[in-house]
Design a binder for this molecule. Structure first.
Ligand code: CMP
Length: 131
């Protein structure tokens, strides 16, 4: 059993895609074990995105993440980390396959609907930041 951390980002919430995102994880046999709606503050986002702080897109990313409400959740199941990332699709929407969340709904590399942890270490770090 593995757990991962997921954010439905402001564009996903504004576009009414919360149900769509959650139902894709549930259809795959994963369970939502924690879930909360909130407005992210800069300090929490700076911790969450620490590995990107020197990247050219960092400021745009933090501003976008503070633009509206987000849904944070913990998703659990066998191989949850890899399965959720497969369901989300590649970060770049031009590379994300149709049938994935980003392949079906995203057209921007910044506004890409969802975030999910990329390793067990990231998952535990991110869950402890947000919950
Ligand atoms: P996320 O999985 O939350 O991790 C970092 C985020 O930065 C990414 O999704 C995108 O929202 C955003 N981003 C913007 N530009 C880029 C880029 N060139 N490469 C990767 N991530 C980017």
């Amino acid at each position: 059993m593995e757990r991962t951390f997921v954010i439905v980002k402001p564009d996903g919430v504004d576009r009414g895609l919360i149900g769509e995102v959650i139902s894709r994880y549930e259809r795959k046999g994963l369970r939502i074990t924690e879930c909360k709606m909130l407005r992210a503050d800069r300090a929490t986002l700076e911790k969450h995105y620490i590995e990107h702080r020197e990247k050219p897109f960092y400021e745009e990313l933090v501003s976008y993440m503070m633009r509206g409400s987000i849904l944070i959740m913990v998703v659990e199941g066998n191989n949850a980390i890899k399965l959720v990332r497969n369901i989300n699709g590649k970060t770049n929407p031009m590379e994300a396959e149709p049938g994935t969340i980003r392949g079906d709904y995203a057209n921007s590399i910044t506004e890409n609907i969802v975030h999910a942890s990329d390793s067990p270490e990231s998952a535990e770090r991110e869950i402890s930041i947000w919950f």
